[in-house]
Ligand binder design. Structure first.
Ligand code: ATP
Ligand code: MG
Length: 563
């Protein structure tokens, strides 16, 4: 697959699907009406690939004053569940889209069944009692014709009777299917007597329970459902392109009048360092390799939300990658770029110390505190300022002090070099204290009272500024550093089991972090920039007593350097 990196937001012209719709509207097709649908199967949670489909389905309707319905494609009770229905609706709303109606393919079970009966009566369908292996074997290959089933020419009355009894539960699962009689030598394999209905007895349907014993296959259900609803443009991914002639063929068998839904296909979204398949995601969840569908490493909408992604960033990303007919693999750094851009003006800058050591300012009065002012967000004029507490004892980042500083180490070291404490004073390290094991526990320094930020002395320039939090007012927190879920770019394309390709460092939990007081009040999904570190969001499990922050993305693209 080709790897696409595109960083400039294109001021774009119409994509090819919009062009098709626009031409159809101009030509007055279907009375100039535009209606789309988003058709998820409720067998898992939505992932960012689905968002690409959602954006075009809902986006087209919006752009051409049409409507978009949500249709649950629930024709396989074995894997489907109401849990997924609710989650899917929640995710679509969160993304900022509005459906006109909620429909279910199961709404059409009776209509589809009636249509199947009509097909049988017209000699266009027959009940086949062969095993699925046998049927597959007789299909032939793209270059060799298939073989007719011995049941192909059974009397219409017999098929009719058997099909009705299939639906009464008289025959076991797998014992027979209903097939459309088309052409076993057709150049398009999908026309070689496609299966229309199969028996499912063992699983109740999430809406119709055990009412139905036969369930329609995708090809027989989808186009018909589009037609029953009045869909004009049925937009889907490229793997359905080869199904399109059959989609049209089924409609040709019973549609009268001018109205026709039209299927059009675009390229799927695939992103580096992840897998974009519900089946594989389900495996990760079931085998405990991630912490549920909304684990912040998952490419699900729920995972992205919990990771700190915003709907705006996700939609911006989808807009940048666009819609084509060429399959590709999108670099995840493009998604990360979109969230950084979105959060830059939105996220309040705060001090968070992930690996704290104590800093004591020897010449600062014991017991004194000062209230200082700091900017909430230099990238946003309207973000204002807030107050922070300063005192004699602070926490700083362990990495910001070196006992033996080198020439190119510009932070604290007892070498006479001056460093600014962010929004406060200039200090100079004087020494440090260690525990029995030789670990530094406390750094000592002296401050220059004339250098307070915001005063004239505050303008004095020094080589570096470091973060700090005041000890007594600071709050403890856990920080979860999330990274890419997989160690290789395209796990789905590898010969190895995808579960062996997980990045062992995709999650690092850091406890005992110290945060400035403002974060004590942070609510789940609030977003911040931890100065010099990255963008973080408050985890859903975070409470005032146990604050938890998830890293959304680092400030810079560190992977680009590594690889
Ligand atoms: P998966 O392969 O992950 O199981 P699916 O295609 O079976 O996904 P559906 O619920 O059937 O999932 O998909 C609903 C809609 O979302 C379909 O129109 C499908 O084409 C689209 N879609 C699914 N995956 C992607 C993707 N990676 N990129 C773009 N559209 C997608
Ligand atoms: Mg599907």
């Amino acid at each position: 697959m080709t790897k696409i990196i595109e960083k400039e937001a294109p001021k774009r012209s119409l994509n090819f699907i919009e062009q098709i719709v626009e031409d159809d509207v101009k030509a007055g097709l279907n009375g100039g009406r535009v209606q789309t649908r988003f058709p998820p199967e409720p067998n898992g949670y939505l992932h960012i690939g689905h968002v690409k489909a959602i954006c075009i389905d809902f986006g087209i309707a919006e752009k051409y004053n049409g409507i978009c319905n949500l249709r649950f494609d629930d024709t396989n009770p074995v894997k489907e569940d109401v849990e997924y229905v609710d989650a899917i609706m929640n995710d679509i709303k969160w993304l900022g889209f509005h459906w006109e109606n909620v429909f279910y393919a199961s709404d059409y079970f009776q209509k589809l069944y009636d249509l199947a009966i009509r097909f049988i009566k017209e000699g266009k369908a027959y009940v086949d009692e062969q095993s699925s292996e046998m049927i597959a074997q007789q299909k032939g290959t793209p270059t060799t014709p298939g073989v007719n089933s011995p049941f192909r020419d059974r009397p219409i009355e017999e098929s009719l009777d058997l099909f009705q009894r299939m639906n009464k539960g008289e025959f076991p699962e797998g014992s027979m299917v209903l097939r459309t009689k088309i052409d076993m030598a057709h150049s398009n394999m999908h026309f070689r007597d496609p299966i229309m209905y199969r028996i499912i007895l063992s699983h109740p349907h999430h809406r119709t329970g055990y009412d139905w014993k036969v369930y329609p296959m995708y090809d027989f259900a989808h186009g018909q459902s589009d037609y029953f609803e009045g869909v004009t443009h049925s937009i889907c991914t490229l793997e359905f392109e080869v199904h399109r002639p059959l989609y049209d063929w089924y409609l040709d068998q019973f549609v009268e009048g001018d109205y026709r839904p039209k299927q059009r296909e675009f390229n799927r979204l695939n992103i580096t360092y992840t897998v974009m398949s519900k089946r594989r995601m389900l495996q990760l969840v079931q085998e405990g390799l991630v912490n549920g569908w909304d684990d912040p490493r998952m490419p699900t909408v729920g995972g992205l939300r919990r990771r700190g992604y915003t709907p705006e960033a996700i939609r911006d990303f989808i807009d940048r990658i666009g819609y084509t007919k060429v399959e590709g693999l999108i670099d995840v750094s493009l998604l990360e770029y979109s969230i950084r851009e979105d959060l830059k003006p939105k996220a309040t800058r705060v001090c968070a110390i992930l690996d704290p050591i104590k800093l004591v300012i020897s010449n600062y009065p014991v017991g004194k505190t000062e209230i200082l002012t700091t900017e909430n967000n230099p990238d946003n004029d309207t973000a204002g300022t807030r107050e922070i507490t300063f005192a004699r004892e602070l926490y700083i980042e362990r990495g910001d002090f070196k006992e033996e500083g080198s020439k190119d180490f510009f932070r604290l070291s007892p070498n006479g070099r001056e460093v600014r404490l962010k929004s406060a004073y200039i200090v100079k390290a004087t020494g440090c204290e260690k525990d029995a094991a030789g670990n530094i526990t406390t750094v000592y320094c002296e401050y220059d009272p004339t250098t307070k930020s915001g005063t004239e002395g505050g303008n004095r320039k020094v080589k570096s500024t470091i973060n700090w939090v005041e000890i007594n007012s600071s709050v403890e927190a856990e920080v979860r550093l999330y990274d890419r879920l997989f160690a290789i770019e395209d796990p789905a394309a590898s010969d190895k089991d995808f579960r062996d390709l997980l990045n062992p460092d995709s999650l690092t939990v850091v406890t005992g972090c110290r945060m400035e007081a403002a974060l004590a009040e942070a609510k789940p999904l609030d977003k911040f920039q931890f100065l010099k570190i990255g963008y973080f969001t408050v985890d859903l499990d975070s409470t005032p007593d146990k604050l938890i922050f998830n890293r959304t993305v680092s400030l810079k693209d560190t992977w680009a350097k590594k690889s």
